[in-house]
Design a protein around this ligand. Structure first.
Ligand code: NAD
Ligand code: WQD
Length: 355
């Protein structure tokens, strides 16, 4: 099996994907600067996959993706060991919408500049297979739901603009050498849940921005209640509808994308990764209450600026191209999310991600 570089592999989606890729037999080099994660996540990834952290199966390089020289050294070292990096799965980046509005330059620097730095190093060392973490945020306020990949790209915040810019860059790059590049832009909908063991999960820095970690933290008693942003949306119960995807389904989607890229002729694959099912904010709260067996205090508040009423994926293209679709439902998501949150009420413990 091949050696892969996983940028941002200590983060929420990266750590779960590492477990799946190790199980599939790949050797991994994780590159992360731990700006939004903890090294403890990788200790647990190693434990779950039954490999040794620091071994050929799973090694770690602490670095910033913007440092092209660090990336070049890493590619060169792998080549000189006789096991060149065959492909990159690129998770490293910043993802907080509000923060991107406050500090757009930082978001363009890390998300776009970081990807430029990465693909420069890849090009130099002849590595031309890349799976990129894109986002449903590209669709902004969608004109139609369920959303197909051909829907207009109309992001409404700087974070979304950086994802659109990277997709543009990757398409330009592939067009310059279409016989070489194998690229997947995977547009995730709302990734949530945790590994069923409860050993790894989402550990956001400070006050969570997103619904699922907030609900989990209320359930475990870290926060008193959850504010529901709007009860007057044009939906059955008045709260917004999203397509929540179990992080293990998402991780399996990466394995499927990588295997399709490596087997088929060079191409750019642009695919939604979602379940195709919508759940409202109140559905999520209720499902989590069932999973944890306790009430989750909540109150209806003002709408949050920038929210769309309904975003749900049309996942048909991923099924057709990758043979992949989600296998886990909202019940599984809440059960596994609770297993993680209840066993790790403060996340991974001391360190940047639990400050
Ligand atoms: P995360 O913050 O948990 O993981 C990102 C990882 O990248 C972290 O470990 C962080 O330390 C690392 N990182 C950040 N900047 C870096 C840099 N300059 N150099 C090296 N490492 C750096 O986020 P996540 O939820 O796992 O998201 C992973 C990717 O998926 C991101 O690109 C994100 O934009 C994208 N995405 C996430 C969601 C979501 O809701 N979680 C949805 C769609 C897309
Ligand atoms: C879900 C629903 C909120 C918090 C975000 C990013 C998107 C993508 C996924 C990266 C909405 C409501 C939330 C709370 C609430 N990330 N809510 N109370 O906004 O769909 O997507 O994460 O690419 O780019 O924008 O997810 O979890 O923030 O919100 O009522 O305290 O929960 O209004 O309807 P969102 P979310």
């Amino acid at each position: 099996m091949s050696q892969l570089l996983i940028t941002g592999g200590a983060g929420f989606i990266g750590s779960h994907t590492c477990v799946i890729l190790l199980d599939a037999g790949h050797d991994l080099i994780v590159l992360d600067d731990f700006s939004n994660s903890s090294a403890e996540a990788l200790v647990r990834v190693a434990e779950l996959a039954g490999v040794e952290l620091g071994s050929k199966r799973l090694s770690l390089q602490r670095a910033d993706i913007r440092q092209t020289s660090a990336l070049e050294q890493l590619f060169a070292a792998a080549q000189s060991r006789g096991c060149p990096i065959e492909a990159v799965v690129h998770f490293a980046g910043l993802k907080a919408v509000g923060e991107s509005v406050q500090n757009p330059l930082h978001y363009w620097d890390v998300n776009v500049g970081g990807t430029v730095s990465l693909v420069k190093a890849m090009q130099e060392f002849g590595c031309r297979t890349l799976v990129f973490s894109s986002s449903a945020t590209l669709y902004g306020y969608p004109d139609e739901v369920p959303i197909k990949e051909g829907a207009p790209i109309q992001p409404i915040n700087p974070y979304g603009h950086t994802k659109a810019a990277v997709e543009r860059l990757l398409n330009d790059l592939a067009a310059s050498a279409p016989e070489q590049w194998r690229i997947a832009c995977l547009r995730y909908f709302n990734p949530v849940g945790a590994h069923p063991s409860g050993r790894i999960g989402e550990d956001p820095l400070g006050r969570p921005n997103n619904l699922f970690p907030f609900v989990s933290q209320v359930a475990v008693g870290r926060r008193p209640e959850i504010e529901v942003f709007g009860g007057d949306w044009p939906t059955a119960d008045g709260t917004c509808i999203r397509d929540y995807i179990h992080v293990m389904d998402l991780a399996e989607g990466h394995r499927a994308a990588l295997s399709t890229l490596l087997q088929e002729p060079p191409q750019v694959l642009t695919l939604n990764l979602g379940s195709g099912h919508g759940a409202s904010v109140l559905d999520v709260i209720q499902a989590f209450e069932t999973a944890c067996g306790r009430p989750i205090p909540h109150s209806i508040q003002q709408r949050r600026p920038g929210d769309a009423a309904i975003t749900v994926a049309d996942p048909a293209a991923a099924k057709e191209r990758l043979g992949w679709s989600t296998r886990r439902n909202l019940h599984d998501i809440c059960r596994d999310g609770w297993a993680w949150q209840s066993a790790n009420p403060s996340g991974y413990g001391p360190g940047p991600a639990s400050a």
